[in-house]
Design a protein around this ligand. Structure first.
Ligand code: HEC
Length: 206
Protein backbone atom coordinates (compact mmCIF):
# COMPACT_ATOMS: atom_id res chain seq x y z
CA UNK A 1 0.00 0.00 0.00
CA UNK A 2 1.54 3.32 -0.96
CA UNK A 3 1.19 6.22 1.48
CA UNK A 4 -1.60 7.90 -0.54
CA UNK A 5 -3.76 4.76 -0.60
CA UNK A 6 -3.18 4.24 3.12
CA UNK A 7 -4.32 7.77 3.78
CA UNK A 8 -7.49 7.21 1.78
CA UNK A 9 -8.27 3.95 3.60
CA UNK A 10 -7.80 5.64 6.95
CA UNK A 11 -9.99 8.51 5.87
CA UNK A 12 -12.76 6.17 4.74
CA UNK A 13 -12.53 4.24 8.03
CA UNK A 14 -12.77 7.46 10.02
CA UNK A 15 -15.92 8.52 8.13
CA UNK A 16 -17.49 5.08 8.63
CA UNK A 17 -16.83 5.16 12.39
CA UNK A 18 -18.18 8.70 12.62
CA UNK A 19 -21.40 7.68 10.85
CA UNK A 20 -21.85 4.63 13.10
CA UNK A 21 -21.21 6.53 16.31
CA UNK A 22 -23.41 9.52 15.54
CA UNK A 23 -26.17 7.21 14.22
CA UNK A 24 -26.40 5.70 17.70
CA UNK A 25 -27.13 8.97 19.44
CA UNK A 26 -30.74 9.00 20.59
CA UNK A 27 -30.78 12.32 22.41
CA UNK A 28 -33.48 13.90 20.25
CA UNK A 29 -35.63 10.80 20.45
CA UNK A 30 -35.38 10.28 24.16
CA UNK A 31 -35.68 13.80 25.48
CA UNK A 32 -38.49 14.34 27.98
CA UNK A 33 -41.54 15.76 26.23
CA UNK A 34 -45.32 15.80 26.51
CA UNK A 35 -47.28 13.94 23.86
CA UNK A 36 -50.23 15.94 22.45
CA UNK A 37 -53.31 15.44 24.65
CA UNK A 38 -51.42 12.78 26.69
CA UNK A 39 -51.56 12.49 30.49
CA UNK A 40 -48.75 14.16 32.35
CA UNK A 41 -47.96 14.42 36.03
CA UNK A 42 -46.13 17.73 35.67
CA UNK A 43 -49.30 19.82 35.82
CA UNK A 44 -51.75 19.69 38.72
CA UNK A 45 -54.68 18.75 36.46
CA UNK A 46 -52.77 15.74 35.08
CA UNK A 47 -53.15 16.86 31.45
CA UNK A 48 -50.27 17.53 29.11
CA UNK A 49 -52.24 19.88 26.84
CA UNK A 50 -52.66 23.29 28.39
CA UNK A 51 -55.87 25.34 28.21
CA UNK A 52 -55.71 28.37 25.90
CA UNK A 53 -54.92 31.61 27.70
CA UNK A 54 -57.98 33.85 27.97
CA UNK A 55 -58.39 35.99 24.87
CA UNK A 56 -56.17 33.83 22.62
CA UNK A 57 -56.98 34.37 18.92
CA UNK A 58 -56.24 31.87 16.16
CA UNK A 59 -54.26 33.28 13.25
CA UNK A 60 -56.55 35.02 10.77
CA UNK A 61 -59.49 34.83 13.17
CA UNK A 62 -59.40 38.23 14.87
CA UNK A 63 -63.06 39.22 14.69
CA UNK A 64 -62.62 42.93 15.22
CA UNK A 65 -65.07 43.82 12.42
CA UNK A 66 -68.34 42.86 14.06
CA UNK A 67 -70.57 43.66 11.09
CA UNK A 68 -68.48 41.56 8.69
CA UNK A 69 -68.34 38.55 11.03
CA UNK A 70 -71.89 38.53 12.43
CA UNK A 71 -74.06 40.35 9.89
CA UNK A 72 -75.49 42.47 12.69
CA UNK A 73 -74.82 45.97 13.99
CA UNK A 74 -73.78 46.84 17.54
CA UNK A 75 -77.41 46.43 18.71
CA UNK A 76 -77.61 42.92 17.25
CA UNK A 77 -79.92 44.06 14.41
CA UNK A 78 -79.27 42.43 10.98
CA UNK A 79 -77.53 44.77 8.53
CA UNK A 80 -79.65 46.40 5.83
CA UNK A 81 -76.66 46.80 3.50
CA UNK A 82 -73.60 44.75 2.63
CA UNK A 83 -70.51 45.66 4.69
CA UNK A 84 -68.53 45.93 1.42
CA UNK A 85 -69.06 47.54 -1.98
CA UNK A 86 -71.10 45.54 -4.49
CA UNK A 87 -69.04 44.64 -7.54
CA UNK A 88 -69.42 42.40 -10.55
CA UNK A 89 -66.69 40.16 -9.10
CA UNK A 90 -68.61 39.82 -5.82
CA UNK A 91 -71.79 38.77 -7.62
CA UNK A 92 -69.98 36.31 -9.89
CA UNK A 93 -68.28 34.79 -6.85
CA UNK A 94 -71.65 34.67 -5.07
CA UNK A 95 -73.34 33.00 -8.02
CA UNK A 96 -70.62 30.35 -8.16
CA UNK A 97 -70.69 29.66 -4.39
CA UNK A 98 -74.49 29.68 -4.36
CA UNK A 99 -74.47 27.08 -7.13
CA UNK A 100 -72.20 24.85 -5.05
CA UNK A 101 -73.57 25.24 -1.54
CA UNK A 102 -77.19 26.40 -1.76
CA UNK A 103 -78.74 25.43 -5.09
CA UNK A 104 -78.87 21.68 -4.23
CA UNK A 105 -81.80 22.58 -1.93
CA UNK A 106 -82.85 26.14 -2.77
CA UNK A 107 -82.69 25.62 -6.54
CA UNK A 108 -80.85 27.67 -9.15
CA UNK A 109 -83.37 30.53 -8.95
CA UNK A 110 -84.13 30.28 -5.22
CA UNK A 111 -87.62 28.81 -5.52
CA UNK A 112 -86.72 26.16 -2.93
CA UNK A 113 -87.10 23.22 -5.27
CA UNK A 114 -83.52 21.97 -5.59
CA UNK A 115 -82.63 18.36 -6.32
CA UNK A 116 -82.25 17.40 -2.63
CA UNK A 117 -85.74 18.76 -1.93
CA UNK A 118 -87.15 16.89 -4.93
CA UNK A 119 -85.66 13.75 -3.37
CA UNK A 120 -87.61 14.34 -0.14
CA UNK A 121 -85.73 16.89 2.03
CA UNK A 122 -87.86 19.55 3.72
CA UNK A 123 -88.72 22.31 1.24
CA UNK A 124 -87.47 25.77 2.30
CA UNK A 125 -89.50 28.91 1.64
CA UNK A 126 -88.94 30.46 -1.76
CA UNK A 127 -86.61 33.49 -1.67
CA UNK A 128 -89.28 35.29 -3.68
CA UNK A 129 -91.95 35.48 -1.00
CA UNK A 130 -92.48 38.98 0.39
CA UNK A 131 -91.12 38.13 3.83
CA UNK A 132 -87.73 37.13 2.42
CA UNK A 133 -87.65 39.88 -0.20
CA UNK A 134 -88.07 42.39 2.61
CA UNK A 135 -85.63 40.63 4.97
CA UNK A 136 -82.38 42.58 5.50
CA UNK A 137 -79.34 41.22 3.69
CA UNK A 138 -77.72 40.54 7.08
CA UNK A 139 -80.50 37.99 7.73
CA UNK A 140 -79.22 35.78 4.90
CA UNK A 141 -75.69 36.03 6.28
CA UNK A 142 -77.02 35.05 9.70
CA UNK A 143 -78.87 31.98 8.39
CA UNK A 144 -75.73 30.77 6.61
CA UNK A 145 -73.66 31.42 9.74
CA UNK A 146 -75.97 29.90 12.36
CA UNK A 147 -78.34 27.66 10.41
CA UNK A 148 -82.13 27.87 10.43
CA UNK A 149 -84.50 25.07 11.55
CA UNK A 150 -83.38 21.85 9.90
CA UNK A 151 -80.88 23.70 7.71
CA UNK A 152 -77.39 23.37 9.21
CA UNK A 153 -74.85 26.17 9.56
CA UNK A 154 -72.53 26.65 6.59
CA UNK A 155 -69.96 28.63 8.59
CA UNK A 156 -67.36 25.86 8.52
CA UNK A 157 -67.63 25.38 4.75
CA UNK A 158 -68.22 28.92 3.51
CA UNK A 159 -65.87 31.64 4.82
CA UNK A 160 -67.50 34.98 5.77
CA UNK A 161 -66.44 36.85 2.61
CA UNK A 162 -68.14 34.15 0.52
CA UNK A 163 -71.26 34.24 2.74
CA UNK A 164 -71.57 37.93 1.90
CA UNK A 165 -71.01 37.21 -1.78
CA UNK A 166 -73.84 34.63 -1.63
CA UNK A 167 -76.11 37.04 0.27
CA UNK A 168 -75.48 39.67 -2.43
CA UNK A 169 -76.27 37.11 -5.12
CA UNK A 170 -79.54 36.11 -3.39
CA UNK A 171 -80.55 39.78 -3.60
CA UNK A 172 -79.79 39.58 -7.33
CA UNK A 173 -81.94 36.47 -7.66
CA UNK A 174 -84.78 38.20 -5.86
CA UNK A 175 -84.55 41.21 -8.15
CA UNK A 176 -84.42 38.95 -11.19
CA UNK A 177 -87.84 37.48 -10.35
CA UNK A 178 -89.47 40.84 -9.57
CA UNK A 179 -88.18 43.10 -12.26
CA UNK A 180 -90.33 44.96 -14.76
CA UNK A 181 -88.48 44.12 -17.98
CA UNK A 182 -90.77 46.60 -19.76
CA UNK A 183 -88.67 49.52 -18.49
CA UNK A 184 -85.58 48.23 -20.31
CA UNK A 185 -84.26 49.74 -23.53
CA UNK A 186 -84.42 47.33 -26.51
CA UNK A 187 -80.64 46.68 -26.43
CA UNK A 188 -80.79 45.96 -22.70
CA UNK A 189 -83.70 43.65 -23.31
CA UNK A 190 -81.65 41.80 -25.93
CA UNK A 191 -78.82 41.30 -23.44
CA UNK A 192 -81.32 39.95 -20.91
CA UNK A 193 -82.56 37.39 -23.42
CA UNK A 194 -79.01 36.34 -24.40
CA UNK A 195 -77.70 33.05 -22.96
CA UNK A 196 -76.08 33.33 -19.50
CA UNK A 197 -72.27 33.07 -19.77
CA UNK A 198 -70.67 30.09 -18.00
CA UNK A 199 -69.20 30.76 -14.56
CA UNK A 200 -65.42 30.44 -14.36
CA UNK A 201 -64.31 28.74 -11.11
CA UNK A 202 -62.47 31.23 -8.90
CA UNK A 203 -59.92 30.86 -6.12
CA UNK A 204 -61.34 30.48 -2.58
CA UNK A 205 -61.71 33.71 -0.61
CA UNK A 206 -60.48 33.99 2.97
C1 HEC B 1 -79.55 20.51 2.51
C2 HEC B 1 -80.48 21.48 1.97
C3 HEC B 1 -80.14 22.94 2.12
C4 HEC B 1 -79.00 23.60 1.71
C5 HEC B 1 -77.82 23.00 0.99
C6 HEC B 1 -79.18 24.99 2.06
N1 HEC B 1 -80.38 25.16 2.66
FE1 HEC B 1 -81.15 26.92 3.29
N2 HEC B 1 -82.77 25.95 4.02
C7 HEC B 1 -83.04 24.61 3.86
C8 HEC B 1 -84.28 24.28 4.54
C9 HEC B 1 -84.93 22.91 4.57
C10 HEC B 1 -84.74 25.48 5.13
C11 HEC B 1 -85.98 25.64 5.99
C12 HEC B 1 -85.62 25.10 7.35
C13 HEC B 1 -86.79 24.93 8.27
O1 HEC B 1 -87.81 25.60 8.08
O2 HEC B 1 -86.64 24.12 9.20
C14 HEC B 1 -83.77 26.50 4.77
C15 HEC B 1 -83.88 27.83 5.12
C16 HEC B 1 -83.09 28.84 4.64
C17 HEC B 1 -83.30 30.25 4.86
C18 HEC B 1 -84.35 30.83 5.78
C19 HEC B 1 -85.59 31.14 5.06
C20 HEC B 1 -86.69 31.60 5.99
O3 HEC B 1 -87.75 31.05 5.81
O4 HEC B 1 -86.51 32.51 6.81
C21 HEC B 1 -82.32 30.91 4.19
C22 HEC B 1 -82.12 32.41 4.12
C23 HEC B 1 -81.48 29.93 3.58
N3 HEC B 1 -81.97 28.68 3.86
C24 HEC B 1 -80.35 30.22 2.86
C25 HEC B 1 -79.45 29.25 2.42
C26 HEC B 1 -78.18 29.55 1.80
C27 HEC B 1 -77.68 30.92 1.50
C28 HEC B 1 -77.59 28.35 1.53
C29 HEC B 1 -76.21 28.11 0.93
C30 HEC B 1 -75.09 28.60 1.71
C31 HEC B 1 -78.48 27.31 1.97
N4 HEC B 1 -79.59 27.89 2.50
C32 HEC B 1 -78.23 25.97 1.83
C33 HEC B 1 -82.26 23.70 3.20
C34 HEC B 1 -81.01 23.95 2.71
Amino acid sequence: MNPETRLMVRGAAAVAILVLVTGCRQDMHDQPRIKPLGANSFFADGQGARPLPAGAVARGDLRENREFWTGTNADGVPLQALPMPVSRELLIRGRERYGIFCSPCHGATGEGTGMVVRRGYKAPSSYHIDRLRLAPVGYFFDVMTNGFGVMPSYASQVPPADRWAIAAYIRTLQLSQHFDAGVLLPEERARLDAPVPAVEPSAPAH
